[in-house]
Design a protein around this ligand. Structure first.
Ligand code: ADP
Ligand code: ADP
Length: 787
């Protein structure tokens, strides 16, 4: 078994003798349950006693049955459920000293001195206040004779850790709050539905999304669906926006664009702090332009439904990290929130984040809108800049048109290409199309609406350029191609390497070339994530729904007739990915799998046997369901059929087996909001690079680029997009298995095992140490190449 690089083991971090309480407070959000589940299981794993506090602070104030001990099984089957299973409430009493005194008594009686709060900034502010007052509250309880000296001594310090659950993504310091990604899924589902019906009519849609104080949902969904206009509280439109908006809509109509979409955040305002509502906009469009206009208000739909894969993973990682933060806290560690920055867990001081969040509101109240956007953070600002860049139709006419020709191969979502001012050519059918000359000029109008479509509209073919280099060079010369952008997976990477190596022999290949990673497998060296993998993860995660389906069906069956056979069932599911275990592992974490077999972590028959025994034990509990994921190439001989037969035989009389090979369902379907935005942003960045490189390599009337750094891969590393010469990435590549030699997500495997009740070691050095908010403040973005 491959063990992670373990510098510090869990064994050093014992929760023996500690009690941890978990509560959800304020507005609910999808993914809160995953955070509760992870915190409970991690707490039990380290040997602590864990309590649920039902109904948020109300339960803490009321005590009694609201505070009950949690067990491993009690958090089963909640990963896929939206909202919060343990209940949330708003609680007036907790805002009073009296209320907090009662809450303190309830905790001391159970010796609970560690609390995980999952909620918004209000809930976290309350938690911090409670912590600050704690010793005073204990003294007061002692004077009242409610507790004795020993109780005061034993419970002298209260540790608090926060996890932000809020669909609005309105909390400063964290990149993403729990629930935001799921809410985006709901919004985009509605937009896609509107788009399909609306194509047949000429219609204008005004969509109101949540966000009373924060425009994140509105902005990012506008970016994901290519909306014509977006209204957000942080950046109200300039005075006179009514005229510009109507002008834009009528220009669209003149261009035969059939559908206009405008997105309004609930809290949208104009420059004078006056609300702009969906109805205002509709009236304006109808009275000025007479267009058929419909208003859709999404409301609570956005909080509903099953959490997205990302939210489940985010919340699971946060829950584990929260428990670690509690175990490591000392008397003078300030209360912290746990969060993810890029793919790294971090801890941030709670009050600094709360204060910064409040400053945003203050800036908006004072009409300092630029300041508000800056305070929201780098990611927000960046989304705004990208949206402006892409929605500006003026790009066509106002940018100096260059004489450069740029070819794009294998494109999924090439939005925004015209913004660079070059003439763009699309190549169909990948490298094959390139040597066969399937090259066609494209314009702004051609790509409208591409972001919402799955797969690749240009078609892909798995042919490498190798044998056809002469022809490719010829076609490049014929079409006067001055730069090349390749969007694709491992083939694209190998192809680009071949083209770069052939530059000495073919001058036509001495042009800037850039690759953008797009493959569900996420196996491209130089990039932590690739376009398409988030969509695939969501497809895998939905497999979880079968569990529900079967449970439901079996329950129904049982009612109809007395139970026949067993209802205990283990699913063996095969995922794609070539030799790369990303989809299986991360999908397994999101779906709550019992084990995940991948090529990168060799296993043998003893491991399979141990897993069968583990499942047999599990069947004795109330859970009675198991999921085993298997990457398609995890082991040549232990195939899906073999495992199915082995588990069926070994589990005979205890559980049934079902197998499923997910296959191409993982590749298709509508792209997830994250993939739409990621591809849009990365493609825009790649185009900027091309523009820059063309300028730099244009000498003596021609483009000539043959240095290593003119054949690049643009990848996401941590949270930055970085340009890396493909030739340098060779060292990092395992060409036989078509995977990077180092893969960051392998460190998530112990976490997945812990949550599935395996004893394992975990490298806590990967988890976050306390960082200050200033580190993630926009002004000091980590690298200049930040997205
Ligand atoms: P959110 O956590 O989603 O921002 P609220 O602001 O409604 O939601 O806060 C949820 C609960 O947290 C409140 O009902 C209250 O019990 C508690 N709370 C919020 N702010 C404070 C505060 N300043 N002092 C004490 N408790 C607070
Ligand atoms: P950025 O800040 O990179 O412009 P976003 O605002 O879309 O992009 O997202 C903020 C952060 O959260 C980024 O670091 C991104 O990697 C991460 N993130 C958001 N949604 C997802 C997702 N579905 N899958 C993976 N990472 C995500």
């Amino acid at each position: 078994m491959v063990q992670p690089d373990t510098r510090k083991f869990f064994e050093n971090l014992s929760g023996d003798g500690k009690s941890i309480a978990v509560l959800t407070s304020g507005g609910d959000a999808q993914g809160m349950n995953a955070a509760v589940r992870a915190a409970v299981r991690m707490g039990l794993y380290v040997g602590a006693k864990v309590y649920f506090i039902h109904e948020g602070y109300q339960g803490m104030v009321d005590g009694g049955n609201n505070i009950i001990e949690a067990t491993w099984e009690s958090v089963s089957s909640m990963l896929q459920v939206g909202g919060t299973v343990i209940g949330s409430a708003r609680c007036k009493e907790f805002r009073t000293h009296e209320g907090r005194l009662r809450a303190a008594l309830n905790l001391v009686q159970r010796e609970i001195t560690n609390i995980c709060v999952i909620g918004g900034d209000g809930s976290l502010t309350g938690a911090n206040l409670f912590r600050e007052e704690w010793s005073g509250l204990l003294q007061e309880l002692k004077q009242q004779g409610q507790i004795d000296d020993e109780a005061v001594r034993n419970n002298s310090i209260l540790h608090i850790v926060g996890m932000v659950g809020s669909i609005d993504n309105d909390f400063c310091g964290t990149d993403m709050t729990i629930g935001t990604d799921s809410a985006l899924h709901r919004i985009i589902e509605v937009v896609d539905a509107i788009m399909t019906t609306a194509q047949s009519h000429q219609r204008t849609f005004v969509l109101e999304v949540m966000g009373r104080h924060c425009g994140y949902l509105a902005l990012v969904s506008a970016l994901a669906c290519g909306a014509d206009w977006v209204f957000i509280p942080e950046m109200p439109p300039e005075d006179g926006w009514e005229d510009s908006m109507c002008q834009k809509l009528s220009e669209n109509r003149a261009d035969k664009k059939r559908l206009n979409i405008m997105i309004v955040a609930e809290g949208a305002i104009d420059r004078h702090n006056k609300a702009i509502t969906a109805d205002n906009i509709k009236e304006l469009v109808v009275s000025r332009l007479g267009f058929d206009t419909r208003v859709t208000i999404l409301g609570h739909v956005q909080r509903g439904g099953t959490p997205s894969a990302f939210d489940r993973i985010l919340a699971s990682r946060m829950g584990v990290e929260a428990v670690l933060a509690l175990l490591e806290a000392s008397a003078d560690t300030p209360a912290c929130v746990v969060s993810l920055v890029g793919n790294q867990a971090v801890r941030l001081p709670l009050m600094e984040c709360v204060q910064m969040t409040q400053e945003v509101q203050k800036a908006m109240d004072e009409k300092k809108f630029e300041e508000a956007v800056r305070l929201r953070g780098r990611s927000f600002e960046n989304n705004l800049v990208t949206y402006r860049l892409l929605s500006s139709r003026k790009a066509d006419s106002e940018l100096p048109t260059s004489n450069f020709n740029v070819a794009v191969l294998n494109v999924g979502a090439p939005a925004g290409m015209n913004a660079a001012g070059h003439r763009m050519f699309a190549v169909s059918d990948g490298f094959e199309g390139l040597y066969k000359g399937k090259i066609k000029e494209i314009t702004w109008g051609d790509v409208g609406g591409w972001t919402g479509q799955g797969g690749s509209l240009l078609g892909t073919k798995r042919t490498l350029p190798g044998k056809h280099l002469d022809k490719i060079a010829e076609q490049m010369k014929l079409h006067k191609i001055n730069a090349l952008m390749v969007i694709g997976g491992f083939e694209a990477y190998m192809g680009l390497l071949e083209l770069a190596k052939a530059r000495d022999a073919h001058e036509a290949l001495c042009v800037p070339m850039i690759m953008v990673p797009a493959t569900v497998s996420n196996n491209i060296p130089g990039s932590d994530l690739s376009i398409g993998s988030d969509t695939a993860l969501n497809a895998i995660t939905h497999v979880n729904l079968w569990r529900f389906y079967f449970r439901y069906k079996l329950t129904c069956d049982r009612i109809k007739q007395s139970a026949s056979g067993t209802k205990r069932r283990v699913f063996i599911i095969e995922t794609m990915g070539g030799y790369c275990g990303y989809l299986a592992t991360v999908g397994g974490l999101a779906a709550g799998a019992d084990s995940v077999y991948i090529y990168e972590e060799p296993f043998d028959i003893r491991d399979l046997q141990a897993n069968v025994e583990h499942l047999t034990e599990k069947m004795k509990t109330s859970i009675q369901r198991g999921i085993v994921l298997r990457n398609e190439n995890c082991n040549e001989n232990f195939s899906t059929d073999f495992m199915y037969q082995l588990y069926s035989e070994e589990g005979r009389g205890v559980f049934d087996c079902r197998k499923n090979i997910l296959g191409h369902m993982q590749q298709g379907g509508a792209p997830s909001p994250f993939d739409r935005n990621f591809s849009t942003k990365i493609a825009a960045k790649a185009m900027q690079w091309i523009t820059r490189s063309l300028k730099e390599s244009f000498k003596g009337g021609r483009v000539f680029a043959n240095s290593e750094d003119t054949a690049c891969l643009l990848g996401m590393r941590r949270r930055a997009l970085v340009f890396q010469p493909v030739s340098h990435l060779q060292e990092e590549t395992d060409f036989v298995h078509r995977i990077p030699k180092e893969q960051w997500w392998l460190k998530l495997r112990p976490l997945m095992k812990i949550l599935a009740k395996y004893k394992t070691s975990y490298d806590v050095s990967d988890s976050g140490q306390l960082e200050h908010v200033s580190r993630v403040r926009p002004k000091e973005s980590h690298t200049s190449a930040a997205i």
